[in-house]
Design a protein around this ligand. Structure first.
Ligand code: GAR
Length: 216
């Protein structure tokens, strides 16, 4: 299978980035990380990238207040410079504008630590606990113009236990994030994702449910 070039956008510690790096390393993901871009200068993600000889770029958001699409013009230039085919948001805490989406149509993915469409936005593990839902999980989806609204590729479910804290629930969800993000990218790399309206159909697999219905 051909290796697709991905660009990973990050803001923080980068455990999802690390999982993608590791899965490429063991050969379970046919991708090459062409560039890691952070909006935060001190993001640990940048260190992770450098350790693996991956181009690590800080694009400061200073000076772009109220001009989000101008910031995205800079991101697009950087991504195109590295011949990125698929943009992977991994804990990137900024809203993406149509400027970036139009440059990469149906080629921007995000991971979110809840079972969308429940609990979009921020601090969602806390929100799930407070709401009292019995299950939460994580979602990989294509990004559209809304906040965590795009077509869903893979979800993984985790239980919420009576003694859970925000930290313990976040950790349980994160473990699944590290599995499903690489799987979704691999399905994309294999040309197996077809978007029909809101639905993402997974083509060409024998036992598709093993690949995208994750219920540990
Ligand atoms: C992950 O839990 C990811 O799902 C979440 O940020 C965390 C980043 O962790 N993303 C969002 O909430 C996006 N709205 P990481 O830096 O260790 O990968």
């Amino acid at each position: 299978m051909k290796k697709i070039k991905i660009g990973v956008l990050v803001s923080g510690r980068g455990s999802n980035l690390q999982a993608i790096i590791d899965n490429i390393g063991i050969g379970s993901l046919s991708a090459e990380i062409a560039v890691v871009i952070s909006d935060q200068a001190d993001a640990y993600s940048l260190e992770r990238a450098k350790k693996h000889n991956i181009s690590a770029v800080h694009v400061s958001a200073k000076g772009y207040k109220g001009k989000r699409d101008e910031y995205d013009v800079v991101l697009v230039k950087e991504l195109q410079k590295h011949n990125v085919e698929l943009v992977v948001l991994a804990g990137f805490m900024r809203i993406i504008t149509p400027t970036l989406l139009n440059a990469f149509p149906n080629r921007v993915m995000n991971i979110h630590p809840a079972l969308l469409p429940s609990f979009p936005g921020l601090h969602v593990q806390k929100a799930a606990l407070e709401h009292g839902v019995r299950f939460s999980g994580c979602t990989v989806h294509f990004v559209d113009g809304g906040m965590d609204t795009g077509p869903i590729i893979i979800q993984a479910v985790v239980p919420i236990l009576d003694n859970d804290t925000e930290d313990s629930l976040s950790a349980r969800i994160l473990k699944q994030e590290h599995t499903i993000y690489s799987r979704a990218i691999q399905l994309y790399a294999g040309g197996r994702l077809r978007i029909e309206g809101r639905r993402v159909l997974i083509t060409g697999g024998k036992t598709a449910s093993d690949e995208y219905l994750i219920n540990p």
